[in-house]
Write a protein that binds this ligand. Structure first.
Ligand SMILES: *[C@@H]1O[C@H](CO)[C@@H](O)[C@H](O)[C@H]1NC(C)=O
Ligand SMILES: *[C@@H]1O[C@H](CO)[C@@H](O)[C@H](O)[C@H]1NC(C)=O
Ligand SMILES: *[C@@H]1O[C@H](CO)[C@@H](O)[C@H](O)[C@H]1NC(C)=O
Ligand SMILES: *[C@@H]1O[C@H](CO)[C@@H](O)[C@H](O)[C@H]1NC(C)=O
Length: 365
């Protein structure tokens, strides 16, 4: 055979071979081995992309759920710290009622995780589901089958599921919570957006009021869900509300934006990053105020058009109160939406604020 043909054959084998066995992007190839070690306490971080992950507090992080573009450098780095990196999983429930479609979707996710040397998946399915509907059963089956496939195909992998702050059909998410919790490694409880359905007076309130947050965990636990299956999610963002009327006693009336059957919701406001609020608060009219009933900070300002705004958020004080409850109830851990909302610049004030937010996750340390 001529040299040309040899070259061609070599190329075919090379291209075919490299497709079936993806090569490890890490300098140290052992870093492509999935993490099998289990940790007693989870610190679960959602990452939405970019380079901020380089500044996370890696002495705490145990899992990074990558909701941005896949970054092999992040995977290598996380593995070097013994931390997991997991996929985001979302699919239209009406398409996976069919068992074959469901299996196809799960197979795709496992293959993707394998080619990217990842350690599991976070199922973030926030769709409306009515109890007893075909979607209700399909969702439970989806979680059970995803866990089975991941655990079988990737040793030590982690499959988790995101739930609303309360299991009481919040946002019409009427799921079989007990079965889902039993099947997966743990639930990430999104203890935020708790004003997504305002049934009482249409006024601005805290993103994650203390007592509502704790009530949510009591409700999950009273359904016989093991506290070790619950990771508390805290917000690193707040809501900026335009007030129709702002009273002297800080009552900010909102225009009505309905959500999933409720007449009024936090959709009347805009979500704002902690780093943005920290830049604004010192120039606000009120400065930082504290609502002792909701145990949350807020502030008020006037915009360029003279309209009053009220901004509700969480800071180290409100977060450490909730984090103390994680220890008290013996939950599996804590995490946040999301890791990229802090100011990771080298500005000294920002550095201090960012460090305080990370520290608030483990108030007892
Ligand atoms: C299967 O999923 C696809 C989308 O991935 C969808 O178009 C199709 O309707 C689904 N089939 C069934 C039977 O649900
Ligand atoms: C939830 O799922 C479990 C396990 O599949 C089942 O035994 C139970 O009856 C379901 N509960 C409801 C309320 O559907
Ligand atoms: C706004 O609030 C004040 C009390 O602070 C009240 O007197 C006034 O009637 C309210 N205006 C509207 C439009 O609701
Ligand atoms: C805002 O004020 C507080 C308290 O006076 C201070 O500690 C903080 O550094 C200030 N923040 C900025 C961004 O200047």
């Amino acid at each position: 055979m001529s040299r040309g043909i040899w070259c061609f054959l070599w190329l075919v084998v090379f291209v075919w071979g490299s497709r079936s066995v993806p090569s490890c992007p890490c300098q140290d190839p052992t870093l492509c081995v999935p993490i099998a070690r289990h940790r007693d306490f989870e610190v679960y971080v959602f990452d939405i992309g970019g380079q901020n992950w380089k500044s996370y507090d890696w002495s705490q992080v145990t899992t990074v759920a990558t909701f941005g573009k896949y970054d092999p450098e992040l995977m290598c780095y996380a593995h070097s710290k013994g931390s997991r990196v997991v996929l985001k999983g979302d699919v239209l429930l009406k398409n996976i009622i069919d068992p074959k479609n469901r299996t196809d979707w799960i197979t795709q996710q496992v293959d993707l995780a394998k080619t990217q040397f990842m350690d599991g998946i976070n199922l973030d399915i926030e769709q409306e589901v009515i109890k007893g509907s075909p979607e209700y059963y399909a969702l439970t089956a989806l979680v059970e089958e995803t866990v089975e496939a991941f655990h079988r195909e990737i040793q030590g992998s982690q499959v988790t599921f995101d739930v609303a702050w309360s299991p009481k059909c919040v946002d019409i998410r009427c799921y079989n919570y007990t079965a889902i919790a039993n099947a997966c490694d743990f639930l990430f409880v999104m203890s935020y957006d708790e004003q997504s359905q305002i049934w009482t007076e249409c006024v601005a309130g805290a993103n994650a009021p203390y007592t509502w947050t704790l009530d949510g965990y009591d409700e999950y636990i009273s359904m016989n869900i093991d506290p070790k299956k619950l990771v508390m999610g805290v917000p690193w963002y707040g809501y900026d509300y335009k007030c129709l009327n702002l009273s002297k006693d800080h009552k900010c009336t909102l225009h009505k934006v309905p959500f999933r059957g409720a007449p009024c919701s936090d959709a009347a406001g805009n979500q704002v990053a902690y780093r943005a609020m920290m830049k604004q608060i010192n120039s606000s009219i009120s400065g930082r105020l504290w609502d002792d009933q909701q145990k949350a900070p807020f502030y008020e300002y006037k915009d360029a058009e003279g309209i009053d705004h009220q901004v509700w958020y969480d800071d180290p004080e409100s977060i450490s109160l909730k984090a103390a409850y994680v220890q008290k109830l013996g939950l599996r851990g804590i995490g946040m939406w999301n890791g990229d909302l802090l100011d990771y610049s080298d500005d000294p004030i920002a550095e201090q604020q960012t460090e305080a937010m990370w520290k608030a996750l483990r108030p007892s340390l």
